[in-house]
Ligand binder design. Structure first.
Ligand code: 4NP
Length: 167
């Protein structure tokens, strides 16, 4: 079968230390569990440059580790204009992240909100993944739960859309 280009998915939040590193880590792990690792490239970035080069926030690392997932090796980077052409899907954690992305222009990438894929989001409810920065462990638990269930749905969507099979 013809080998197609990997599908490139970028998770974006403000700082790239709390929410989007969880998106990257969880989505990569789901892709691995489905045997689809060679069909995806997954990354994350922040619209702001406050934390460039830093590891994810201890709150995110801790909540991930409790589920057997290490995101410790990730390093924050800032979202750049070229990401709009380098990626197929950009998944913004909240509406303000999406606005900041769209202010930079448009490109090949389709831009979505993470909670566009949240199966538990009620009609009319907030579309944002709340920012846990500066909050306690419970906020990170909630963030993890929202991102995990949304990533499962996102992957299902992409498997169907691109007719992917594990190999
Ligand atoms: P994140 O959380 O966007 O989920 O990584 C934040 C991290 C840092 C800041 C804001 C939000 N900050 O202002 O430094």
């Amino acid at each position: 079968m013809e080998r197609r280009q990997p599908i490139r998915v970028l998770f974006v939040c403000l700082g790239n230390i709390c929410r989007s590193p969880l998106g990257e880590g969880i989505f990569k792990e789901l892709v691995r569990q489905w045997g689809l690792s060679d069909q995806f490239e997954v990354d994350s970035a922040g619209t702001a440059g406050y934390h460039i080069g830093e590891a994810p926030h201890p709150g995110s690392r801790k909540v991930a580790k409790r589920r057997g997932l290490s995101i410790d090796d990730q390093r924050a980077r800032q979202f750049a204009r070229r990401d709009l052409d380098d990626f197929d899907y950009i998944i913004a954690m909240d509406a303000s992240n999406r606005r900041d992305i769209e202010k930079m222009g448009s490109g090949k990438a389709q831009v979505f909100l993470m909670r566009d894929f949240d199966p538990e989001r009620e009609a009319g409810a907030a579309a944002d993944v709340p920012d846990p920065w500066g909050m306690g462990d419970a906020a990170y638990e909630e963030t993890y739960a929202i991102i995990e269930r949304s990533c499962r749905e996102l992957l299902q969507h992409l498997i169907e859309k691109h007719q992917l099979r594990s190999r």
